[in-house]
Write a new protein. Structure first.
Lengths: 253, 272
């Protein structure tokens, strides 16, 4: 079997982070997280539900746009993906822009439902393929959604992990910091350190992120990626044509 | 463009507060082009809870003075170019929000309540720039602070739906946010794909998804009225047109050119 592409590697790695969830929700314009959620469901079977915003088929909500948030507030969503133009070492996320608000130098779409979902959803996976000091900053320019204070016992939600194109971090809530869990094949811990703008912890020996298992990759290629193309035809089109490099979206949100 | 569509655009006055649904929920694009054709100005646009092409077009055509939104984006087609340019230039006032807060404000309005309490926003910089969002103590739990979101009471709700009947009822199926928009706004203007002779109440299955005529001010029959956006299961978005827009509208000149082409298309009655 052909080796996993960078997108496939991330989809399988992200799917692994969803194991055991009953309900995974994915925001709009997020093809890789959506692929991961559908793959995790295919692996888990009927115990897992997936809601993809922007999809008709993978959207069982009947009470309008507010139902996602009502669900989250009532503890009915276990995992959600959140991107970020900037993410800092305390888990703060910026979806608004860089520079002095409101006349930001660079303006991103906006905060969407991030602050609310980050507060309520227990397993938020921060996902950003670009791993660079301009994305992973010491302090975000605008806090769309705050990272959790270590002593905040009332807040059920917050970051569980940060997955980038280079590495996987865990968020350690009691310390309010990230810990490097693994680096993807072909990368090393020093490279990750140099590309990360915030301080984090790491073990003495940093393991490599597990490569996709052949059976999982086959499940993705033969079944799940067809399901994803209903929601993301543009993202998936080059794959079916057998052309095209990674189509990781430039849009940070 | 039909005279009915022109009349609808004429009935939405300059300076109005207009609430619109997100790109996936039934956007009245033909009506938006009609508003631009009549050189609408000074709208306060409320995106419930986000917008994309519609907000970008209205901003590029200088119809928007201020916008309350949780995001403006062309989705898979990338950033909203005229919105971004207007923010950089400081030519529009942006009230940055978050989706559940906009839903809460509209739901307060539909119930005639002054505000709705919302949890989970404390610590976000959004609060620093929204003095109208107030922190209040939970009266039932002194340890908790919640955010009071004032009622959002738009002058006009504007959207596109699949179906209406001769009695002025609108069918929106499970897109319940459209119902909230109609309840919250003082007037509701809708374009529809089709108008049927049989009452939507004749069948309980369609009745369940109906916005009663009580809330609806004006309905105009505009087939493909959401183009180039899609409409649920009825038709897909025109990806090529959206990609062209995303590329061309990066400059104001490019924007003006594509807007003129779309206006022309509407004038000639294409694609009806």
């Amino acid at each position: 079997m052909k080796a996993a592409t960078p997108d496939e590697f991330l989809i399988v790695a992200a799917a692994r982070l969803l194991a055991g969830c009953r309900h995974v929700a994915v925001g709009a314009n997020s093809p890789i997280p959506a692929g991961a959620a559908l793959l995790a469901r295919a692996l888990a079977g009927p115990t897992m539900r997936v809601s993809l915003l922007g999809s008709r088929r993978h959207n069982f909500f009947t009470n309008g746009g507010v139902e996602l948030f009502d669900c989250a507030a009532e503890g009915r969503i276990d995992a959600f993906f959140l991107g970020g133009g900037q993410i800092d070492g305390q888990g703060n996320v910026n979806l608004v822009g860089t520079g002095a608000y409101p006349q930001t130098n660079v303006r991103w779409p906006g905060s969407f439902g991030a602050p609310f979902l980050y507060h309520f959803v227990p397993r938020v996976i921060l996902f950003r393929p670009e791993h660079s000091p301009r994305v992973l900053v010491e302090k975000v320019d605008f806090v769309s959604a705050p990272g959790p204070a270590p002593d905040d016992r009332q807040r059920p939600g917050g970051p569980r992990a940060l997955l980038t194109g280079m590495a996987l971090f865990r968020f350690e809530r009691e310390r309010g910091r990230f810990r490097l869990e693994s680096v993807h094949p072909g990368r090393d811990a020093d490279e990750v350190r140099a590309a990360t703008g915030f301080a984090y912890d790491q073990p003495e020996r940093v393991p490599e992120t597990t490569a996709p298992d052949a059976a999982v990759l086959a499940l993705w290629r033969e079944t799940v990626c067809l399901e994803l193309s209903e929601t993301y035809p543009r993202f998936m089109a080059p794959r079916f044509a057998g052309t095209g490099p990674s189509l990781v979206p430039a849009d940070p949100a | 463009m039909s005279s009915e569509l022109q009349a609808l655009a004429a009935d939405i006055p300059d300076d109005a507060t207009i609430v619109v649904p997100p790109d996936y929920s039934g956007v009245a694009m033909a009506a938006t082009l009609a508003l631009i054709a009549r050189k609408a100005r000074n709208f306060h646009l409320i995106c419930a809870p986000t917008s994309g092409l519609q907000a970008d077009l209205l901003i590029g055509a200088r119809a928007v003075e201020s916008i309350e939104t949780s995001a403006v984006s062309l989705g898979e087609h990338g950033a909203a170019p005229r919105f971004n340019a207007a923010v950089r230039a400081g030519s529009i006032h942006v009230l940055d929000a978050t989706c559940p807060a906009i839903h809460a404000g509209l739901m307060a309005a539909e119930k005639g309540m002054p505000f709705a309490p919302l949890r989970g926003l404390v610590g976000s910089d959004l609060l620093r720039y929204r003095p109208d969002w107030r922190l209040i103590a939970n009266p039932y739990d002194a340890d908790e602070t919640v955010v009071a979101i004032p009622a959002i009471k738009p002058d006009v709700a504007l959207f596109h739906a699949p179906l209406a009947d001769r009695e002025g009822n609108l069918w929106v199926g499970r897109r319940r946010e459209l119902m909230t928009l109609a309840h919250a706004a003082k007037a509701t203007f809708a374009t529809v794909e089709a108008i049927q002779d049989t009452s939507l109440y004749a069948d309980e299955q369609t009745a369940a998804g109906v916005i009663p005529a009580l809330y609806v001010t004006r309905i105009v029959h505009v087939p493909l009225g959401a183009w180039p956006l899609g409409l649920w299961d009825r038709y897909e978005a025109d990806g090529a047109a959206l990609a062209r827009y995303a590329a061309q509208a990066v400059t104001q000149d490019g924007f003006t050119a594509i807007l003129a082409a779309w206006q022309e298309r509407l004038l000639q009655g294409v694609p009806t």
